[in-house]
Design a protein around this ligand. Structure first.
Ligand SMILES: [Zn+2]
Length: 755
């Protein structure tokens, strides 16, 4: 058996061997041939693509990605998408099969949408070979369904009755339209996109454009041998969603009171920032000129009808106006901070051991510095005040004493530590740094140091002040202020946590505790009393900055507040530019606005009163028990008196507005005649300073030059009441060899609206 089997196998094996060799040769030749073809095709990319395109001429189209949403911190959609449809005509199909579909299809289109039949016919005549003519853009779902229903019913009916007619060659291309459910709300923060929803133009939409955008997919369609439509789909990759730090409700409350103020009182501009100081997350950022994100080119809410008419044929001016409207006042405009900055002056001195906090300083109403009498806003003088009382009463003289002890070098270093003159790193485009609007240690002469000590003669942005305050309130951590806390994908999976970026330490915990207490005392018994909300332990500080030119009596009034004072969970900063009231320097305008907002948002944020509320005290105290806090209409109150002092500033541009973008202010020109060469102008409603040196016998108040540097003994009086050297050159023009101009960010650059 074995042998015979062996014999049979042998011839079969040989046969197979020959057959395999043959097959191999054939296979090799086929492969070789194919590779030649492939090589040829690959060598001519254009030709290859042409072949492919012809093969799938039926359809090959993009599948639009869905741009990521922008949510508020609780998941409410602030910027979302609506699915819309473009109506596409395929003349090639409409005209195919001996024009079997032409009449019925044109009928359907005109009946559903009232299109002009002649117009449709023209397209068929002119582009008979085309497969893609976009006839109507961004139709709603309902509008699209009109046709879908008509087509389905017609074709079904034909099939039932055995009719040969058919509607064909019309299809709908899907895309997304960006929608903003809250129209004007937080418009400068959210920003908007180009009309195709893929190019962020302002705000978060611009800053996070790449994150929000996805990648289009592709659909390939073709007919198989049975003329059945087949599809292959490469799905789109949708963009990531931003979970912002904005709280819709808090934002709405802020905007409500801002709008109310603008309508009832009026002002040039106003900004409100609400922040969690523990992590620098921004809960709300509101300002005057909000615009409708669903129609960002509409200037009607921003310009008067007359202004609009003038812009009609002036595209350039129109673009400028729109950029102005879109600008985020809280991060792009700079201004003198005024007394809200006094907290940082004291902080720097304490931190460096230049003062202990136990000192006391005498205020006689003014102090002579560099040949100029610089006044306190209380012309009569505050008497002797402790460091805390100096902040409580916002005493300029006390601050000048503290700054002298601090030295220009340390003061300047702490301006940097607190982030002034630098970008905060907030996640928004067009942030201004104001770096050119600060002195350096080298060019900060005594007068500049003195005026800087109470927040004058340098510029900041609102967000810089807010971020610096947050660090004081949270124990010394300077975090980048944040508007987005998380980036998530369409399924809600976290891609990135973006909040709480620690930049540096500003102050030690003990210094922060001292300042927090001083701020608390300021609301308890100082200039911040009007902001008090019964039952709450709250810190706060007023600020009144006179704008340039100083003799125009225009002011920016501001207020910062933190609650609860011991461990602040909310920080609010309100700044009103040129309130349209008789007395612009009345900081109660800002205090009131701040208080209105806080009263509504605190319970919502689960921050409740911790102190007993006296029965008769449902409102803020109307009287200032210690006479420090001015009430409306009082001439001699804190933060009140107008300040007609002449301030040096030769820069015309800057003179035109302290709140209107970055302009150089410490230019190197010699001061003109009659101008104050020191730039030691007053703010906080100080009474006028005397020019130059007073006659010997007239000197009432001490001079900076007589202040001993270093620590003052508690309750001690600095030596004073003597004239400064009468020989001093009052011009001190080197003081004005100021900082370089900041090339800065011009938020008005370049943005144009998309049609
Ligand atoms: Zn004073």
């Amino acid at each position: 058996m074995r042998t015979s089997r062996k014999n049979k196998v042998k011839p079969f094996y040989r046969y197979m061997q020959r057959k395999l060799v043959l097959l191999f040769l054939i296979g090799f030749m086929v492969l070789f041939g194919l590779s030649v073809v492939l090589f040829t095709i690959a060598g001519n990319d254009v030709e290859y693509k042409q072949i492919v395109l012809n093969q799938q001429s039926y359809e090959s189209r993009d599948i639009a990605f869905e741009r990521g949403e922008i949510l508020d911190r609780n998941g409410t959609v602030l910027a979302g998408n609506e699915r819309v449809y473009n109506l596409i005509l395929d003349p090639k199909i409409i005209l195919s099969d001996d024009r079997k579909y032409t009449e019925t299809t044109l009928n359907a289109l005109t009946e559903c949408y009232g299109y002009d039949r002649a117009e449709l016919q023209k397209i068929l005549d002119e582009q008979p070979g085309s497969s893609y003519v976009r006839f109507e853009k961004q139709m709603s779902e309902e509008r699209k369904e009109l046709f879908d229903t008509y087509e389905a019913e017609f074709n079904e009916n034909q099939a039932k009755t055995g009719g040969k007619q058919k509607i064909a060659g019309v299809w709908f291309e899907e895309e997304y339209r960006r929608i903003y459910p809250y129209d004007n709300l937080a418009s400068q923060v959210i920003g908007f996109t180009s009309s195709d929803g893929k190019d962020g133009r302002m705000g978060l939409e611009a800053y996070y454009n790449d994150v929000l955008n996805g990648v289009n997919g592709r659909e390939y369609g073709y007919f198989d041998d049975d003329s059945t439509r087949q599809r292959e789909i490469e799905p789109a990759k949708n963009g990531y969603t931003l979970v912002s730090t904005i709280d819709l409700y808090v934002q709405q409350v802020c905007q409500k009171y801002v709008d109310k103020y603008v309508n009832e009182v009026g002002c040039k501009d106003v900004g409100v920032i609400v922040m969690n100081p523990q992590n620098a997350e921004i809960l709300a950022m509101a300002m005057k000129s909000s615009y409708n994100l669903n129609d960002p080119s509409d200037l009607s809410g921003y310009c008067t009808p007359e202004e609009l008419a003038a812009l009609e044929n002036n595209e350039e001016e129109r673009t400028l106006k729109m950029n102005e409207m879109w600008k985020n006042h809280c991060i792009s405009d700079t201004f003198e901070p005024g007394s809200t900055a006094k907290t940082f002056t004291i902080g720097a001195a304490l931190e460096e051991g230049k003062i202990t906090g136990n000192e006391a300083y005498p205020c006689g109403g003014s102090l002579w510095v560099g040949g100029h009498e610089i006044h306190c806003h209380n012309e009569l003088g505050h008497g002797t005040l402790t460091v805390t009382q100096t902040l409580m009463s916002s005493c300029n003289v006390g601050l000048m004493y503290i700054a002298k002890a601090t030295t220009a070098e340390v003061f300047s270093r702490y301006q940097e530590i607190f982030g002034f003159g630098q970008l905060t790193g907030i996640d928004l485009p067009n942030e201004a740094s104001a770096s050119g609007l600060l002195y350096t240690a080298e060019n900060m002469d005594p007068t500049s140091l003195a005026t800087n000590s109470f927040g004058q003669n340098y510029n900041v942005t609102m967000i810089q002040i807010a971020a610096a305050y947050a660090s004081v309130l949270n124990g010394g951590n300077y975090y980048e202020p944040r508007l987005v806390r998380q980036i998530i994908d369409e399924n809600g999976a976290v891609i990135e946590n973006t909040s709480k970026v620690l930049v540096r330490k500003t102050l030690s915990t003990s210094t922060c505790e001292f300042l927090k207490n001083a701020l608390f005392q300021t609301v308890e018994g100082g200039t911040g009393q009007k902001a008090a909300i019964p039952g709450y332990r709250m810190g706060g500080k007023t600020g009144t900055a006179e704008k340039l030119p100083r003799d125009e009596d225009t002011f920016i009034v501001s207020f910062v507040a933190d609650i609860p004072a011991d461990y602040p969970e909310v920080f609010i900063y309100v700044a009103i530019d040129e309130p349209q009231v008789e007395k612009q320097s009345d900081s109660s305008q800002a205090t009131e606005l701040c208080r209105n907002i806080l009263k509504e948002i605190l319970p919502y944020l689960n921050i409740y009163p911790t102190e007993d509320i006296p029965e008769d005290e449902t409102e803020a105290p109307e009287e200032n028990p210690d006479g420090e806090e001015p009430q409306e209409g009082e001439e001699d109150g804190e933060e009140e008196a107008p300040n007609p002092i002449t301030i040096i500033d030769n820069n015309e541009e800057y003179n035109n507005g302290g709140f209107s973008g970055e302009k150089p202010r410490h230019d190197e020109e010699e001061p003109g005649e009659g101008q104050d060469p020191e730039g030691d102008g007053q703010q906080d409603g100080q009474p006028p300073a005397q020019e130059g040196q007073p006659p010997e016998g007239d000197r009432q108040n001490p001079s900076w030059d007589d202040i001993p540097t270093g620590n003052q003994p508690p309750g001690g009086q600095p030596s004073g009441n003597e004239n400064p050297s009468g020989n001093e050159d009052p011009s001190g023009s080197e003081a004005n060899a100021g900082p370089d101009q900041d090339p800065g960010q011009n938020p008005e650059d370049g943005q144009t609206p998309e049609e």
